[in-house]
Design a protein around this ligand. Structure first.
Ligand code: HEM
Ligand code: HEM
Length: 251
């Protein structure tokens, strides 16, 4: 009968304690040399961190089970780690392993161990909706926005006889959704809502301009304004309309 072969752990295959130490050392050299990551580690006790990482990795790879540090979620909470930062750290780990001559199927196994930790380590970035101040801020933006729009002689005729309160509510839902807030917009498509008015390029530009000015008045920074405009701009093809295009679109 064949002797039962003891399955070698990844820890053993890698070369045990010695390799783990080297791995962690070289991994941190890469991570701390990466300008997208180094700020996260500023002021941290790197030697303590290396020791914890080594224990953690050793345990994850089937070596001695001695990791006594915090849970991944607790250890990384408040660091504001983004998706992209996690991916970079994982890539540095892969590169370090490859440099140490670890076989690619073993690297794949390690990646498979680390990947599921992402959701515990990455922090949800506040949406623009949160940054603006949520529901209250959206209401106030929509209010200010309509005041500007209705005072603009290029635009006010289009809104004559419309139910402005209903419109405000729809705009608020729409904006909230566009900015990453609660997804509740249940109104008509942009094409259906606007097709009757044959809105010109200039009118679209004016409405976008009023939105930008209103956001500026709410102390929204240029970068965030650019994000809002980026969300609104693609709607132009459904909102700016002439008879022919409307006919082509089946409206
Ligand atoms: C890829 C998977 C990762 C693993 C397995 C991992 C593992 C660990 C471990 C074991 C600790 C020590 C916890 C403790 O001392 O209680 C730790 C702390 C830390 N990790 Fe990670 N980590 C990962 C990803 C990341 C990423 C992506 C970043 C940042 C870009 C990061 C930044 C930090 C920092 C700054 C600390 C120190 C926290 C403190 O001392 O307050 N980690 N990590
Ligand atoms: C900048 C991008 C725009 C967005 C995101 C937007 C969004 C909306 C939304 C969500 C509604 C409500 C739809 C519904 O109730 O089913 C609506 C309706 C309306 N929009 Fe816009 N709009 C934009 C541009 C414009 C422009 C440029 C004009 C005119 C110059 C305009 C005039 C109107 C009017 C008059 C209605 C009322 C339609 C009705 O009640 O029959 N919109 N819009």
């Amino acid at each position: 009968m064949e002797p039962v072969q003891e399955q070698a752990t990844l820890y053993d295959k890698l070369g045990g304690e010695f390799t783990i130490r080297k791995l962690v050392d070289e991994f941190y050299t890469r991570v701390l040399g990466d300008p997208d990551l180094s700020p996260v580690f500023e002021g941290k006790d790197i030697n303590r961190l290396k020791r914890h990482q080594a224990l953690f990795l050793s345990q994850a790879l089937g070596g001695p089970k001695e990791y006594d540090g915090r849970e991944m979620e607790v250890a990384h909470k408040g660091l504001g780690i983004s998706d992209a930062q996690f991916d970079k750290v994982a890539q540095h780990l892969v590169d370090t392993l490859a440099d140490l001559g670890v076989a690619s199927d073993n690297i794949q196994q390690i990646v498979a161990l680390v990947a599921p930790l992402k959701s515990a380590i990455v922090e949800r970035q506040p949406s623009l909706y949160d940054k603006l101040g949520g529901e209250g801020a959206i209401k106030s933006v929509v209010e200010g926005f309509y005041q500007r729009v209705l005072a603009d002689p290029l635009l006010s005729p289009i809104f004559e006889g419309k139910d402005i309160n209903r419109l405000k509510r729809h705009q608020a839902l729409f904006l909230s959704q566009a900015l990453g807030g609660p997804k509740e917009y249940d109104g008509r498509s942009m094409f259906d809502a606007h097709k009757d008015f044959l809105i010109s390029e200039a009118q679209f530009g004016a409405v976008a301009g009023h939105l930008v000015e209103t956001l500026r008045g709410h102390e929204v920074g240029q970068e965030d304004i650019d994000t809002v405009i980026g969300a609104i701009a693609p709607l132009k093809t459904d909102i700016v309309m002439d008879h022919f295009t409307r006919w082509l679109k089946g409206g």
